[in-house]
Design a binder for this molecule. Sequence first.
Ligand SMILES: *[C@@H]1O[C@H](CO)[C@@H](O)[C@H](O)[C@H]1NC(C)=O
Ligand SMILES: *[C@@H]1O[C@H](CO)[C@@H](O)[C@H](O)[C@H]1NC(C)=O
Length: 248
Amino acid sequence: MNIPTTNPIMNAIVLMMIMVVVVVDAAGDSNNGFHPCLDTKIQRSDGFTFGIVFNSKESFSLNNNNSLQLSPCDSRLDLKNKNSRVAVFRPKVDEISLLTINTSSFDPNSFGGYMVAFAGRKYAARSVPVFVADGNHIVTSFTLVLEFQKGTLQNLFWKNDKCDSCKGMPNFVCIQNRYCAIKKTSCKSSGQGKVDCSLGIQLAFSGTDKHLSALNSWYEVEKLRQYSLYKLYSNLRGSLTDQFNKFF
Ligand SMILES: *[C@@H]1O[C@H](CO)[C@@H](O)[C@H](O)[C@H]1NC(C)=O
Ligand SMILES: *[C@@H]1O[C@H](CO)[C@@H](O)[C@H](O)[C@H]1NC(C)=O
């Protein structure tokens, strides 16, 4: 969805940032917008900055009205006074990236249990809130698509497979008929389990850049979906999903 923000105060976001993650190599990066609440027009090979904010599902809409979903950059949501946490990423446009948020000292459930991805100021775009964790479960695997038109971000959406990937796996629970969540008792961070229950977010780009070149990484994700992209990241320490096969 595309939301005009009439009164954005970027400081609201700066104050609650916990983690600034992933700086891509700057070669070929012509995008000077480094704050997630700025409008930028990207081309392939640029870096693109966006944020993910954690809070309760209700906190992302004005007056708890679901049809009034504002950008987290909009001060009317007052997220900085609502026990939020923000992670900021700068992946390279049109490259498939796996972003991680380490949960060894960060429990998303303590910050409302939902997350929203967002970027932009006047032409702000944001995703719907997606479930991450409650007291007993945590979802560790996400796919986020960033859709651009002529280089301007139009939409961010979470893809999910309605629990197809965890059917019949005893340590997973299907939450809200949509999210494959692992039981926290299996997680290292809860003190007993063996699994690193950090969040892994597969990123893909679709649409066109400012020169109208097509962004294709989404197509590759679809094509590779059947083989879990996590296998492409064998250099990621304790790679996040493969470990399930080891322990269960
Ligand atoms: C929510 O906002 C919409 C759009 O402004 C309005 O039509 C609707 O009445 C509101 N709902 C409630 C419950 O306030
Ligand atoms: C998260 O942090 C812990 C403690 O520093 C570390 O042992 C673990 O490997 C990290 N997990 C990931 C996925 O980076």
